[in-house]
Design a protein. Structure first.
Length: 169
């Protein structure tokens, strides 16, 4: 019997694929919607310059579900823990660039309600988007993403510099 198969022990979800070839269409559309909303906020505040980040964060908070994140750096790499409760690996996408990490989530659900006289159905979509500038340059080819109990864990290794390669040799 595998250790995962024991009664009471949680099963590990399958790994989440990591993309390194550029933003998906879904991520691009989500970022564009944030940019449009941030510009609307900028205009509504009288076009005051210097509040771009604040406007962007406000737009992001209005459009997407919150996603608490914890970033931990070690000598070998970076670990990112993101709370994505209710999402499955198929509904999540992780995209890596040398100094940036993007998490995209899209979940559709349908609520059905039946009364004596009528039947109603309502579809809803929950979307997540989080862009994170990483504290160091990473090796995008050496990363893993797993989901366990609603926590997405992304482990990436730091990119070796010429100096660190020489030390290891």
């Amino acid at each position: 019997m595998h250790e995962q198969d024991r009664i009471g022990e949680p099963k590990m979800e399958p790994p989440i694929p990591i993309k390194t070839t550029g933003l998906s269409t879904e991520a691009q559309e989500m970022l564009e919607s944030i940019a449009r909303r941030a510009y609307e906020i900028f205009e509504s505040k009288g076009r005051v310059k210097g509040c771009e980040v604040e406007n962007w964060l406000q737009a992001e908070a209005e459009l997407f579900a919150p996603m608490p994140i914890d970033v931990r750096e070690s000598p070998e790499g970076v670990t990112v823990l993101a709370e994505v409760a209710g999402f499955t690996p198929k509904e999540l996408e992780v995209e890596l660039e040398p100094k940036r990490l993007i998490i995209v989530g899209k979940r559709q659900s349908q609520a059905k309600r039946r009364t004596e006289r009528a039947f109603s159905s309502r579809k809803s979509t929950t979307r997540l988007l989080r862009t994170l500038q990483l504290p160091v340059e990473i090796d995008t080819r050496n990363a893993t993403a797993t989901l366990k109990r609603g926590i997405l864990e992304i482990d990436v290794k730091k990119k070796l510099t010429e100096k660190s390669k020489a030390i290891q040799a």
